[in-house]
Write a protein of this length. Structure first.
Length: 355
């Protein structure tokens, strides 16, 4: 009998979930939108070229021609602009870097607000300038340190989208736990939905188990769609076991679903919960390396972030997806997430209430 009740609750939960457009967008469509947008803007392919605006007032000299040929041969797209046009674009605030000058006398103008974004172009221009000088003097090109493109695990090369996609898989389970689970829990309690359920023969563990399974199914569907889009648009594929990837994904989902129930226990209304949820979600998203590595952050901040549940989850997802790591090699990351899950489950069970 309990089995039939469970599957009825599961079916009802899935039907209700598909009838909420906002939930469907944020959990299923939003990660795809972020993958397409950020994967394209920040280097969706290995052949993406850098761009450089060159402000030049006078005619092109031999030195300018030589520097231009070196830069374009290296894959840089150079746009020549007059001083007035270049100044207008600079004041627009979108240019991280601009090359100024002619005839061998150049200056690199770097936007102080976008200095980090300008560093790659700065290195390319400086290297091109040294090569152009050597060729102008009839000398051999400077010997440069060889560059080897490789992923951390050495399994495959990949674009930024390959780093981003596992991050979005982890972000998705965080969102479904903190927002989808918690807000539903608070809303039902505030509107008396739980009170009515408490008067029915429906066992609490059957109801909660069905709700958890609904969200786990949504997580897997969203992950499958995200990986499909990644394969079609960016040519990136899971290099490891899909079973291992699913196990880590489901463990993370269980962890954050429990977190959602814990957070919901501290709020009496949806408005109060929104503040609590954002206060939890934003630090986890920013400090766990969803979009970018925290390697340049202070050591104390990196060590603290390593103890958060999302950081080891992303580490395991990226190791499996990008480098084909086996689940056993990620035991430390899995252990941290599992510990968080056990603690949060105990708290959720202790604090859950119908009214």
């Amino acid at each position: 009998m309990h089995t039939r009740i469970f599957f009825n609750q599961l079916k009802m939960g899935l039907i209700l979930y598909t009838r909420v457009p906002a939930a469907m967008f944020w959990i299923i469509a939003f990660p795809v939108v972020m993958l397409l947008a950020m994967g394209t803007v920040f280097g969706g392919g290995n052949d993406s070229a850098s761009k450089l605006v060159w402000e030049r007032a006078g005619p092109q000299t031999a030195a300018d021609t030589l520097l231009l040929s070196v830069l374009t041969a290296g894959g840089t797209v150079v746009e020549i602009a007059s001083p007035s046009d270049a100044e207008a674009r600079w004041k627009g605030g979108k240019l991280p870097i601009m090359l100024v000058g002619e005839g061998g006398r150049y200056t690199l103008r770097i936007n102080s607000y976008l200095a980090g974004q300008a560093m790659q172009a700065k290195a390319v221009v400086q290297q091109g300038f040294l090569v152009a000088q050597a060729r102008a003097q009839g000398s051999a090109d400077p010997t440069l340190i060889p560059i080897v493109m490789s992923s951390p695990g050495g399994h495959q090369e990949g674009p930024y989208a390959a780093f981003l996609l596992p991050g979005l898989l982890g972000l998705n389970v965080l969102m479904i736990g903190v927002f989808s689970t918690g807000i539903v829990d608070v809303t039902l309690r505030a509107k008396g939905g739980y009170k009515r359920l408490a008067t029915t023969p429906l066992p609490r563990h059957i109801y909660l188990g069905a709700q958890v399974c609904v969200r786990l199914i949504v997580v897997l569907v969203a992950a499958a769609l995200l990986m499909l889009v990644g394969a079609i648009v960016f040519g990136i594929h899971n290099q490891g076991s899909y079973v291992s990837l699913a196990v880590v994904q489901l463990l993370g989902a269980a962890c954050f679903i429990c977190m959602g129930y814990v957070l919901a226990s501290f709020a009496e209304t949806p408005d109060v919960y929104s503040g609590i949820a954002n206060l939890t979600f934003l630090p986890l998203m920013l400090l766990s390396g969803v979009y970018f590595s925290l390697d340049s952050a202070p050591d104390w901040l990196q060590r603290g972030a390593d103890l958060l549940p999302l950081t080891p989850l992303l580490r395991a997802l990226r190791a499996i997806f990008n480098d084909g790591a086996v689940l056993g090699s990620q035991w430390s990351a899995v252990a941290i997430v599992a510990t968080w899950t056990v603690v949060l489950f105990a708290l959720a069970t202790r604090r859950f209430k119908w009214v």
